[in-house]
Design a protein around this ligand. Structure first.
Ligand SMILES: [Zn+2]
Length: 315
């Protein structure tokens, strides 16, 4: 990992802690579980509370593991020669072209998705309950991060365009304000035939939206009264100076459903990757794992808390 001054490390830590927002990550996992077909859904529903809670483990690890940070993003512009297709899809080819050190600086999220996917297949094959949960939670996290446009650009926090703060604005503030209104029921899962290719497709579909995320806010800020753009707001039981509610509403409307669409896609892809890993592992019968735990019931307290979290926001 590149050596950063302490200030940058602190800034990066703060940045990662806000990645997709903890609320959004948990919501994506919750709805991904609802999306799974019966054969696999029983196991995931049984462990629902843990899968939701651990949706943000990967962000917490950024604090303690040097290798963790780059797994959540990719600065596409720093890898492009001519166009997006000039970036090698496979890790070995990319490593040969750019060198591992550079890739650790520019981020590795598409390769990390593939790596976690392979780990999940192995976990299913070995029927290792805790490994399945841990790996599925991490895989879901990386897939979700790859859906955020600002996770695919070196201008990840608007620091190159005079829009510092836009990262958390787009992915945390807006989802906390409007996530409860989104329709996250996305229909059936899909068998993913080419998981590495799909990870790149997700990254590219996010990167295409980077200009819109930035330009829409830029033009809104130029047409909106400056003193109304920010205000003191209450967030996570703290009063902070941040984008005002009315400005957030205006930005959300101007984005025209983009945040909801990216969250919907995240739910669908997370469920589809989980399902595909299970198929690839030979569709192991997970009910035997549940039978072993017949006497120990799921953590109903946690489950209720999680449900309440979403219900509260609906009202
Ligand atoms: Zn993350």
């Amino acid at each position: 990992m590149k050596k950063l001054p302490l200030f940058c490390v602190c800034m990066c830590t703060a940045f990662f802690l806000q990645s997709w927002g903890f609320y959004a990550h948990k919501l994506i996992h919750e709805y991904a579980i609802y999306t799974l077909p019966t054969d696999i859904a029983l196991f995931f529903k049984f462990h629902r509370a843990e899968l939701i809670e651990r949706a943000v483990d990967a962000d917490k690890r950024v604090y303690v593991h040097d290798d963790e940070g780059p797994r959540h993003f990719i600065d596409i512009e720093d890898l492009i020669d001519k166009d997006l297709e000039s970036i090698p899809m496979r890790w070995v080819d990319a490593k040969e072209k750019y060198g591992e050190e550079k890739l650790k600086e520019t981020g590795v999220v598409p390769w990390q998705i593939y790596r976690s996917y392979i780990q999940l297949i192995e976990a299913f094959k070995s029927k290792d309950e805790s490994k399945i949960i841990r790996t599925a939670a991490d895989l879901g996290h990386y897939i979700s991060d790859a859906h955020v446009p600002l996770h695919t650009t070196k201008n990840y926090n608007g620091q190159l365009s005079g829009q510092i703060g836009i990262h958390a604005f787009w992915e945390s503030r807006l989802t906390e304000m409007y996530g409860n209104e989104y329709n996250l029921l996305v229909g059936k899962v899909e068998w993913i035939e080419k998981p590495l290719q799909r990870a790149w497709d997700i990254v590219k579909s996010s990167h295409i939206l980077v200009d819109s995320v930035l330009n829409i806010e830029k033009s809104l800020s130029e047409s909106y009264p400056k003193k109304e753009q920010k205000s003191y707001i209450k967030r996570n039981n703290q009063v902070i100076f941040n984008y005002s509610d009315i400005y957030a509403k205006a930005y959300h409307e101007a984005l025209n459903g983009m945040v909801e669409q990216r969250m919907r896609n995240s739910v669908h892809q997370v469920a589809s990757y989980w399902y595909s890993a299970w198929i690839e592992a030979g569709q192991p019968d997970l009910s035997s794992l549940l039978k072993k735990r017949k006497k120990s019931k799921p953590d109903s307290k946690k489950e209720t808390q999680s449900l309440d979290m979403h219900k509260e926001r609906k009202h």
